[in-house]
Design a protein around this ligand. Sequence first.
Ligand code: NAP
Length: 326
Amino acid sequence: MRQVVLGKDLRVSAMGLGCMGFSHACGLPTEEGEAVKAIRAAYDAGYTFFDTAECYIGTNADGTPSLNEELVGKALKEVRGNVVIATKFGVKHEGVRLHMDSRPEVIRRSVEGSLKRLNTDHIDLYYQHRIDPNVPAEEVASVMAELIKEGKITHWGISETDEEYLRRAHAVCSVTAIQNRYSMMYRSYERLFPVLEELKVGFVAFSPLANGVLSAAYNAESKFNEAGDYRANMPQFQPQAYAENAQLFGLLQELAERHHATPAQISLAWMMNKQPHVVPIPGSRKIARIRENARAAEIKMTKEEVTRIDEALSVVKMSGVFGGHR
Ligand SMILES: NC(=O)c1ccc[n+]([C@@H]2O[C@H](COP(=O)([O-])OP(=O)(O)OC[C@H]3O[C@@H](n4cnc5c(N)ncnc54)[C@H](OP(=O)(O)O)[C@@H]3O)[C@@H](O)[C@H]2O)c1
């Protein structure tokens, strides 16, 4: 897969693999051997950028925990020198609610835990998972500068940041990438593009398929296991949403036919062609889909085509989407 540079010097594949779903938020965790196989298949397909987090934890059928960082560490052990591993600190799940805690002593404990679970001596990209309203940006950035000096991390980033927080943090310790929600159904962070260009900060797009719905592979009959699968309650997966999104699916289908591609590939190619610093990290637990998504990095769109798609997306009817508004 072609490579791109995030920030000043972090070389990653043009698309990363979101590893969350192997353990967390998508129903029962994937059996460890299967997950390791899928992550290695992603590496073989050209992905060199893998995304996990301290808080991606699930419960296996036998009651044991599935620690996503451990899976990722295990899968990438033999190729560690060739890959970029991104993980995150600062969030704990309390049921479906998130508890933010980025106090320096908490970050220090987290980094040690992540290094151990990932079975590595450094983290390539360490994100603050969510802004902690009780800890100033400057304080978090100072801890990041110390961790870089100590060699425990080499780059850092912020997830779900706004412009003000990013600027304050970046002034203390250069931010390599932000990781925010971004898809054809959720475009509000496009307002940050000029700031990212000015500061030379990359944009890693999470939930780039709007949690899968933009693959057009689901329909009103699709069922999700309510207990551990967040999609069961997401607005875009409610039975009536498929009719509300009919026009959007039609647009995706038309573009897919034009490019001899699939709707998922079009959704990903659109953002990669829009801005060179946008790197999507779609998640999938299925090898065929991991390979399908990878091929999106080869699809070329002209600036005019991307603009036409943007214009169409601004007027097309859409259902609500998890995370809020478009
Ligand atoms: N920073 C944050 O706060 C944050 C929040 C959420 C996620 N993330 C990161 O972003 C990654 C991706 O986000 P996400 O998982 O929320 O959403 P996503 O990538 O938009 O969608 C993932 C879902 O789409 C399905 N899918 C993927 N490719 C497909 C294809 N080609 N055809 C049909 N279905 C396909 C997957 O199902 P199967 O697994 O069954 O294929 C999975 O359920 C996560 O893994 C995580 O690393 C970060």
